[in-house]
Design a protein around this ligand. Sequence first.
Ligand SMILES: [Fe+2]
Length: 287
Amino acid sequence: MGLTSFSCGPNGLLTVADPRLKRAVRIALFADWHSAHDDERGNIYRQYSCRMAQWHHPMEGVLDAMLKDAADKGAEAAFFAGDMISFPTEKGVEILHRIMEDSPIPCYYISGNHDWHYEGLPGSDLELRREWTAKRLMPLFGGRNPLMYAVRLADLKILMMDNSPGRILPEQLCWLRQELEEDIPAVLCIHVPLYIPGMGQEVTHCMCHPDWGWASDPYFEIERRERWPKSGVDDVTRAFAETVWSSGNLLGILCGHTHLLAGMAYRGKVQIVAQSGMANLIDFNPA
Ligand SMILES: [Fe+2]
């Protein structure tokens, strides 16, 4: 097993170093722009989008320029860790898709908990994710499986996985285990950070928090969504966390959800949370 280290330079450049990497790779990580682009097609959903629409961070022009700048600085690809839009409007998806298509570097998307959520529509989180991914979000995945897919950059594998409802599906765990069996350095890109003991993460800010469940859910009424289950964290999601932290081939996690840049270390791996509204440039270097 190698030894992964993490640093943040004075210019804001993040570096993950590991002896298993054979050549340097620079990427750009984006998350949580919470754009609320909409038009008359969204009128019938206005009662479900009005709360999140209060906080609108436009993408047009700004995100285009950041992708070009990242490419000019040597980024080989851009990874989007979810919640670039605050609800699944046609207009928002069209704008984001157009920007990804026009980007000088390839762009890869995975959903956050807001991408597929119109607050107050009936249905469980899993049902609503399935419905609105199919209805609206599919162009963002370029024909890939929106729940899980792998991207290869040189000898680094980026595993894109949707954990936006705070839990994962059995088929996602099977896929992840298979991918991590391959003897190639890998990084997991998800929306919600994983719980790390001793880091003081709030229960709403991470996945697999030991207190996660019915009694600790503070926002189900505000967000008008399914309340977290009485049974707490399920066995598949627990097994997912253990698979991640125990894998010898996984260098770390890229994620978003909490909007503020953070770097954490646990069991020889790093977890990097993207700063919202900017390009987070990350170098993966041979140690
Ligand atoms: Fe989120």
